[in-house]
Design a protein around this ligand. Sequence first.
Ligand code: FMN
Length: 285
Amino acid sequence: MTATDGWPFANPVLTASGCGGTGRDLAAYGDLATLGGFVTRSVTLHPRPGGAVPRIVESPSGLVNAIGLQNPGVTGFLRDELPPLLDLGAIVVVSLAGRSLGEYAELSRTLGRTDGIVALEVNLSAPDPLGTSLFDAREPFQAGSVVGSCRRDLRAGVLLLVKLRSDVSRVVETARAAVDAGADAIVVGNALPAALPDGRPGGLSGPAIRPQALRCVAEVARALPATPMIGCGGIMDADDARAYLDAGARAVQIGTALFHDPTTAFRIAREIAYQPDGPAGEDDR
Ligand SMILES: Cc1cc2nc3c(=O)[nH]c(=O)nc-3n(C[C@H](O)[C@H](O)[C@H](O)COP(=O)(O)O)c2cc1C
C-alpha cells in the first residue's frame, strides 16, 4: 500500500483511541487537520457509563486507567461527536468494540456507511476484555473471526485497522490471522493489563510500556512486511516516534503523552517530516 493507493494519513502522527477526548478539547491546543488522523475512543453499540472513579491513576512512568469504555453508543456518537470532529477538519478514525461478533458486524456496517469516516479501528486489545464484557479475541482464531465479521459488510474505501495488544508471545500469529481475515493495517498496541492501587483491573500505558510495544511492532513488521503497521505505546517525543518508524511502522499514535501535554501530537507531527512512501528504503509497505 502506498500513499497513492488508499493510505489516508498525510502525516504519520495520529492520536491514540480514548486519549484525545471528543476532539473538541484537544482542538484548543492545535489544528486537528494537521495530524495524520484523530482516533476516537472506542464506540460500542449501546451507551456505556464507564467504571467507578478513580478511573486514571499515575504510576511510575505511566498511567493506569480503568475507564471501562465509557462512550455514548454509536447513535450518540454519530449525532453528537462525529459532526464537530469533521467540522474541525480531522481525518477521523473510529475505534469500535463489541460484546459479540454480531455487534462488531453491526458497528462496522453502521459506521462504514457514514460519510466522513476514513477508517475503522477494531479494538481487539482491551486490557481487561472479560471484565469489560467485550468479545474475547485474545486467540488468533477469535481475532480472525472478529475481523471477518467487520470486513464482510464494510463499504469499499473505508480502511480496516485492527488494534492488537502487545503480547510478545502471540502478536505475530494474531496479526497474521487479522490480515488473512481482511485487515488493511495493524495497530500495536494498547495499555497492558495492570491493576489500580485498590486492586481493580486496569491498563498500564505511557513510557513504561514503550520498549515492549516497540518489540512487538518490530516483530510484526518483520513477519508481515507488506502490511502497513501503526505503532502505539509510550511515545512522548519525536525521537520515540522515530524509533517506531525505524522499526517498521508506517505511522504512530500518541496517547498518554496528551494527558501530560495536549500539544504533544501536534508538536511531533511538525517535527517528523512526512515521507509519502514511508520511511526511506522501505517503500513496500
Ligand atoms: C485514559 C485512556 C483511555 C483509553 N481508551 C481507549 C479506548 O477507548 N480504546 C482503545 O482502543 N484504547 C484506549 N486506550 C489505549 C490507548 O489508545 C493506547 O493504545 C495506550 O494507552 C498505549 O499508548 P500510550 O502509552 O501512548 O498511551 C486508552 C488509554 C488511556 C490512557
